[in-house]
Design a protein around this ligand. Structure first.
Ligand SMILES: [Zn+2]
Length: 76
């Protein structure tokens, strides 16, 4: 009875990890669901959306306060 070296190798380390790791929810870090990927729930999806809409994710061009805020005064 002869044993091929490859067989032993396969038996020892032939484990295949085909499971894809799901990304955690960027809002609350819970595991994301397929329905709301990459979020865990519709609620977190809405949170992310509102963050975009309210400009939380907007990157300011400068950290200084812009002195020309009066430019936004359109009431007159
Ligand atoms: Zn979440």
């Amino acid at each position: 009875m002869t044993k091929k070296p490859e067989d032993e190798k396969a038996a020892a380390g032939g484990k295949v990890t085909g499971m894809r790791r799901s990304r955690p929810c960027p809002i609350c870090s819970k595991p994301s669901t397929k329905e709301n990927y990459p979020f865990c729930s519709d609620r977190c999806k809405q949170v992310d959306l509102s963050r975009w809409l309210t400009g939380v994710y907007a990157i300011p061009a400068s950290e200084e306060d812009d002195p020309d805020e009066s430019d936004f005064d359109l009431q007159d």
